[in-house]
Ligand binder design. Structure first.
Ligand code: AMP
Length: 321
């Protein structure tokens, strides 16, 4: 857990992003090579790091995560490295986005492993606050809620989930003040909700979406894949299989969403031990159902493999498929 005593004793005294670049890729990119990654556990520490970066005219990128990092997370870090001069990664298992019966207590926490991975990626700042640091009043009383979108897809199945997501992401934007923030297309509904929050609240941050990173057999990478036993791991491929079946029919010319949905649902019928939560075709920005695909549409699926809830999606585009 990121609130380990050791971590929270870590202090960031004064440091500067102005140290001269040394050798290697970072130097060739004109990036700043630091003597190791700064670990911040308080808002004031990470604010000082952000202020320092901005004072030197550096573009600051933020990658929010809940830790238990995998290649999907690291792809966001690499995108941030490409587009920004200083990369801050946050690791915070946000309690307010978990429902009362969800997996908050068993969510994988591997701080030391995560720290090493991020250090290898050349991340400048790791922000790993405690729950008390982020929710100093003991919980949230002020919430950021994107109405409408927050009740669609995962928001319908997980009431209150997106309210927790937008509240923590808004807090991180306030605390870190990044120029750009990087999110995975894997959580397509989350991305739409965050984009709308940024638009509605006039946040001065650029939202960058990064493609889904998959295992070699096609399963979308997720920290929750660690919950799957070997048999469940095999069954989990039904999510990707159902999306591909619908995509094949789309490529064959089908544009009626209900028919594409049926073809995806049929794939689940062949895997009765996996419980389908939803298989929907929606507008990628509003998350509202579409009847006929005329331009772009998001096919999104969520299912329970054993007790593990997994999600996946793909975007269909008329003219490019
Ligand atoms: P999480 O730690 O699950 O909250 O995810 C942190 C960020 O990583 C979110 O923006 C996710 O969308 C993104 N992410 C998670 N899994 C993947 C993946 N397989 N490919 C790309 N991005 C991902």
């Amino acid at each position: 857990m990121c609130s380990s005593a050791k971590l929270h004793k870590t202090r960031v005294e004064t440091f500067s992003f102005a140290r001269p670049a040394k050798t290697g890729r970072a130097a060739s990119l004109g990036r700043l090579q630091l003597d190791g990654m700064k670990i911040c556990s308080t808002n004031s520490e990470v604010r000082a790091a952000s202020d320092d970066a901005r004072a030197q005219g550096k573009r600051l990128g933020l990658v929010p995560t809940m830790g238990a990092l995998h290649e999907g997370h690291l792809s966001l870090v690499r995108a941030a490295r490409e587009q920004c001069d200083v990369v801050t990664v946050s690791i915070f298992v946000n309690p307010t986005q978990f429902g009362p019966t969800e997996d908050l207590s068993k969510y994988p926490r591997q701080f030391e492993r995560d720290r090493q991975l991020l250090e290898k990626e050349g991340v400048e700042v790791l922000f790993a606050p405690s729950v008390e640091e982020i929710y100093p009043a003991g919980g949230a009383t002020t919430w950021v809620v994107v109405e409408g979108l927050s009740e669609r897809l995962d928001g319908r199945s997980r009431p209150g989930h997106f309210r927790g997501v937008t509240t923590i992401v808004a807090k991180l934007f306030h605390i870190v003040e990044p120029e750009a923030a990087f999110f995975g297309q894997k959580d397509a509904a989350q991305l739409a909700v965050i984009r709308r929050m940024v638009l509605d609240l006039n946040f001065r941050v650029r939202i960058v979406a990064c493609p889904i990173v998959r295992e070699p057999d096609g399963l979308a990478m997720s920290s929750r894949n660690a919950y799957l036993n070997p048999e469940e791991r095999g069954r989990a491929l039904v999510l990707q299989g159902s999306l591909q079946r619908a995509q094949q029919r789309f490529r064959a010319g089908e544009r009626i969403a209900a028919r594409l949905i049926s073809s995806g649902q049929e794939v689940f019928a062949g895997e009765p031990l996996v419980g389908l939560d939803y298989f929907e075709i929606v507008d990628p920005d509003t998350l509202e159902s579409v009847e006929r695909i005329s331009e772009r549409a998001l096919i999104a699926v969520a299912a329970y493999v054993g007790s593990t809830r997994l999600i996946d999606n793909l975007v269909l585009e008329v003219g490019t498929e």
